[in-house]
Design a protein around this ligand. Structure first.
Ligand SMILES: [Ca+2]
Ligand SMILES: [Ca+2]
Length: 109
């Protein structure tokens, strides 16, 4: 990751790098270094998304998330499948934000 120098990166670029680093922090624990097994996915969900997915400790919930994300049905979640989860959660957060901050969502005149 030495080519990803965060010194001059913008906030969004930093966020993107964090997503990549977070994925690889868990994907490298067992099996294929570049994909998340069910155990790795569970660890990532509970440790990194516990505030949003409080019920992820539930084994059935992990199974469901895994089933939803694993679009090529290889039993592993790769980075492109992971990005879809983060994207969907980000959309849900944005909806929540707009709902509870109606003034800030309004266009300036
Ligand atoms: Ca792995
Ligand atoms: Ca997959």
């Amino acid at each position: 990751m030495s080519t990803l120098n965060s010194e001059n990166a913008t906030t969004l670029e930093n966020a993107m790098q964090l997503m990549i680093q977070t994925f690889h922090k868990y994907s490298g624990n067992e099996g294929d270094k570049f994909t998340l097994s069910k155990t790795e996915l569970k660890d990532l969900l509970t440790q990194e998304l516990g505030n949003y997915l409080g019920h992820a400790q539930d084994k059935d919930a992990v199974e469901k998330v895994m089933g939803d994300l694993d679009s090529n049905n290889d039993g592993e979640v790769d980075f492109s499948e992971f990005v879809i989860l983060v994207g969907a959660l980000t959309v849900a957060c944005n909806d929540f934000f707009q709902e509870y901050n109606p003034d800030k969502g309004a266009k300036k005149e």
